[in-house]
Design a protein around this ligand. Structure first.
Ligand SMILES: N[C@@H](CCC(=O)N[C@@H](CS)C(=O)NCC(=O)O)C(=O)O
Length: 239
C-alpha cells in the first residue's frame, strides 16, 4: 500500500496537509476520519495514530502523527520545491520558528474561536459565556497583530519572500474563525493582502475545495444525543 493520509477537512491541520499534498501532486489515498462521528476513536484508526487525532499518515508500515511532522516528512520524501521548506539553514530556521510558535498561539485561539462560535452553540447546543468568547477573540486579535508585526514584517510571506509550509499552516488556521463569521481580515489590510498572495500561490480552486467543508460548518444540523455525549469531553476543552 502506498501513502495514506487520514484526514477530516473540518480540521485545520488536515487542510494544511491536504493542500500541500495536492499542490505538490503527491499521490495518496485519502482515508476520511469523520471526527463528528468519533471515528478517530475506532480500533482501526488507533492502530494508525494512538494519539487519536487527525491528521495522520501511513506510508507502508510507517505511521506518523502531528501535522508539522507530516508536512516535513512529505516535503523531504517527495522533494517538494525548495521554497516550501528551504535547504538554507537560516531560511529553514525561519519556517521552523513560525511552526514552533503557532502550536501554542494561533492554533489554540483559532480552534477555540471556531468551537465557541460554531461547534458549541450551534452544533452541540451549549451556551458559551460571552466573557469566555470575548477573551478568546482578544487573544486571537493579539496573535493576528503578531502575524503582522513580527512574521510579516517587511516580507510577502510569513517566513520569507516565497510561500512555505508556514503560510499553509497559518492560512488553514485562520479560515477556522473566518468560517465561524469572524471578519479577521477586515481591519487588517496587510494580513488581507498576504491571504490573497497565499490563495494565489495555492490556486483558488484547491483553496476553495479544501475549505468547502469548514465553510459550511455553521449550517450543520444540531447533533443528536449520542453525538453530543461522544463529543462532551472534547467540547469541555474549548470552554
Ligand atoms: N497538534 C496537532 C493537533 C491535532 C488535533 O488536535 N486534531 C484535532 C482536529 S483539528 C483532532 O483530531 N481532534 C479529535 C479529538 O481530539 O478527539 C496537529 O497539528 O496535528
Amino acid at each position: 500500500m502506498g501513502l495514506e493520509l487520514y484526514l477530516d477537512l473540518l480540521s485545520q491541520p488536515c487542510r494544511a496537509v491536504y493542500i500541500f499534498a495536492r499542490k505538490n501532486r503527491i499521490p495518496f489515498e485519502l482515508r476520511t476520519v469523520d471526527l463528528l462521528k468519533g471515528q478517530n476513536h475506532s480500533d482501526d484508526f488507533v492502530q494508525v495514530n494512538p494519539l487519536r487525532k487527525v491528521p495522520a499518515l501511513k506510508d507502508g508500515d510507517f505511521t506518523l502523527a502531528e501535522s508539522v511532522a507530516i508536512l516535513l516528512y512529505l516535503a523531504r520524501k517527495y522533494e517538494a520545491p525548495d521554497h516550501w521548506y528551504p535547504q538554507d539553514l537560516q531560511a529553514r530556521a525561519r519556517v521552523d520558528e513560525y511552526l514552533s510558535w503557532q502550536h501554542t498561539a494561533l492554533q489554540v485561539s483559532c480552534t477555540r474561536a471556531m468551537w465557541q462560535k460554531t461547534m458549541l452553540p450551534v452544533f452541540l447546543g451549549q451556551r458559551v459565556p460571552p466573557e469566555t468568547l470575548a477573551a478568546t477573540l482578544a487573544t486571537l486579535d493579539r496573535c493576528l497583530q503578531l502575524l503582522e508585526d513580527v512574521f510579516l514584517k517587511g516580507q510577502d510571506f510569513l517566513a520569507g519572500p516565497r510561500i512555505s509550509v508556514a503560510d499553509l499552516v497559518a492560512i488553514t488556521e485562520l479560515m477556522h474563525p473566518v468560517s465561524a463569521g469572524c471578519d479577521i481580515f477586515k481591519s487588517r489590510p496587510k494580513l488581507a493582502a498576504w491571504r490573497q498572495r497565499v490563495e494565489a500561490a495555492v490556486g483558488e480552486d484547491l483553496f476553495r475545495e479544501a475549505h468547502a467543508v469548514i465553510m459550511k460548518a455553521k449550517d450543520l444540523p444540531p447533533a443528536d444525543t449520542a453525538v453530543k455525549e461522544k463529543l462532551k469531553p472534547l467540547a469541555q476543552l474549548f470552554l
